[in-house]
Write a protein that binds this ligand. Sequence first.
Ligand SMILES: NC(=O)c1ccc[n+]([C@@H]2O[C@H](COP(=O)([O-])OP(=O)(O)OC[C@H]3O[C@@H](n4cnc5c(N)ncnc54)[C@H](OP(=O)(O)O)[C@@H]3O)[C@@H](O)[C@H]2O)c1
Length: 329
Amino acid sequence: MRAINLNGFGGPEVMVWTEAPDPAPGHGEVLIDVLAAGVNRADLLQRQGFYPPPPGASPIMGLECSGVVAEVGDGVRDWRVGDRVCALLSGGGYAERVVVPATQLLPVPDGLDLAAAAGLPEAAATVWSNLVMTAGLHAGQLLLIHGGGSGIGTHAIQIAKSLGARVAATAGSAEKLRRCAELGAEVLINYREDDFVEAVRAQGPGADVILDVMGAAYLARNVDALAPHGHLVVIGMQGGASGELNLGALLRKWGSIHATNVRNRPATGTGSKAEIIAELRGRVWPLIADGRVVPVIDAEIPVADAAEAHRLLDASGAFGKVVLRIRDE
Ligand SMILES: NC(=O)c1ccc[n+]([C@@H]2O[C@H](COP(=O)([O-])OP(=O)(O)OC[C@H]3O[C@@H](n4cnc5c(N)ncnc54)[C@H](OP(=O)(O)O)[C@@H]3O)[C@@H](O)[C@H]2O)c1
């Protein structure tokens, strides 16, 4: 098969579309003929050598894909050759074929084309596991999303609205904020001009849940913006990993801070990818099927031009997801 291999670590130009060994499904695994793969910020870090794949995962980039089941391994009962699927991967999506545990497959939601489905699993798993399974977001609460225009943010806004929560979102431009509002965000904060703590406090006691991608740079202000009993969930460290935490400020609000990732979770068991996928199928896939949550795809780029896709994400040029087209349907 062909895949995006790395010519060393570095800029987008190190990615080359060349031959790679064909994967074969083992027990409980499925082989997918990949049609499209979602691009995630984590891929940019992996390309630079800062985010190695977990032990046992494919060294090829790509945390999500869509395609058609080409082969099923021993012990797989729920999927058949020819099924149209999308999958949460620990790696390997930037390729013509990928192997994945059957427990990480989802059907392509009704009415969705395969390319759009490629951008769903990673955002859906990250958003649901953090907002609902970790922070318990529910109707009437205020959620602050940093990076409302990201692949994660555009999905999170819609999920929060479907739960009946109110959404405040930060973004770096008026145009991205306008589009966040179209998706349902009510409090719009330009992080280059406005103070998000003030903006959130103007709404009441603060944010019940904060979905953070900035890490250290926003730690103190995120704690300031939390409502009593609030949950700060850190999923990205774009502003650094080590910050200073005023425990007194957190304690006075009975607040909690969580930091999680999807990729390093075990395949099965407590807190696993399989657990999240089962929740997505039961709770989120119906929302997508009835159009309450729609995938926001900014660009679909041929895989041979993967460098262009990475440059787009790097320059904050996309609203929503960028998808690599691996083959025609
Ligand atoms: N822990 C996990 O399991 C997990 C899983 C998936 C993603 N993530 C993380 O989630 C984040 C989004 O991922 P993605 O793939 O959707 O990436 P993306 O589309 O490239 O989004 C990056 C976002 O960061 C925002 N941003 C940059 N500087 C900011 C600032 N000072 N204040 C607020 N927002 C700022 C950007 O906003 P503008 O474009 O408006 O400037 C953009 O929306 C990344 O940090 C990623 O590492 C974590």
